[in-house]
Unconditional design. Structure first.
Length: 252
């Protein structure tokens, strides 16, 4: 059986290139996005650039103002805190659900992405490391078999990447971040939802504090306790028994 070849459209290429440039700061927060200039730099017509900007606006990374055009959304400590508040709650729910259904195939996909991230870090390739890091996390979230939950995570994830890029350069935190990833994966492989929630909450809390420290030197962020998160998740348990996407509903 031959594998299909994925070919990106012009708008997908433009979206990826602009996203990378926004995330790593080459296009700073607040910068205008001028269609003609971007099209000329990428060697494209303005139509795929316009589509790419709409896609980034849907992720709330770009603001489009009538008669004024598009610009990269500003960054702030308030926005950073709100972004991680959402991530902590959504992603802990995702790993709780994933722990119930985690398969050997899920583990293999996550482990491969994790190894690729560490290899890219070793060579200093931050773009490849960031891509592998995202694939690692979303391999975990996809294992929850909750597509709407996974889609809900993506906008906050992409916004947080703008804040993380400076903290990623800190060599002294790399080993601990990698260890946190390994512990999350180990918890899921053993089917331990509470441990997975604990490790994920601590991982995201340390990430936001590193990003805050890089922005203005303080790390004053109040994260919900693991006990509070677990209480919220377990009170949702009846909903978690609903059929997964693709499963037939049983007549009552």
């Amino acid at each position: 059986m031959l594998e299909g070849v994925h070919v990106e459209t012009a708008s997908q290429v433009a979206t990826r290139v602009l996203l990378d440039a926004i995330v790593d700061g080459r296009i700073p927060a607040g910068s205008p996005l001028r269609l003609q200039d971007i099209a000329a730099q990428l060697g494209m017509s303005m139509m795929p650039i316009r589509e790419a900007i709409r896609e980034l606006a849907a992720l709330d990374l770009v603001e489009i103002e009538p008669r004024r055009g598009a610009r990269v959304r500003e960054m702030s400590l308030t926005d950073l805190e709100d972004t991680y508040f959402s991530r902590i709650h959504l992603e802990t729910i995702a790993v709780w659900e994933a722990a119930k259904r985690f398969t050997a195939e899920d583990a293999a996909r996550a482990a491969t992405a994790l190894a690729e991230q560490e290899a890219a870090q070793a060579t200093g390739d931050l773009v490849r490391a960031r891509d592998a890091h995202e694939r690692f996390h979303f391999a975990l979230y996809e294992a929850a078999r909750r597509p709407w939950l996974q889609r809900s995570i993506l906008p906050a994830w992409r916004n947080s990447e703008r804040y993380r890029v400076g903290a990623l350069l800190l060599e002294q935190t790399k080993a601990e971040r990698n260890s946190q990833h390994s512990r999350i994966l180990a918890a899921l492989m053993s089917g331990d939802g509470a441990a997975a929630v604990t490790e994920m909450a601590e991982h995201l809390a340390s990430s936001v504090r590193q990003s805050m420290a890089h922005m203005d030197g303080h790390e004053d962020f109040e994260t919900p306790s693991v006990a509070e998160i677990l209480t919220r998740i377990t009170t949702m348990e009846p909903a978690s028994e609903l059929p997964l996407v693709g499963e037939p509903l049983t007549a009552v």
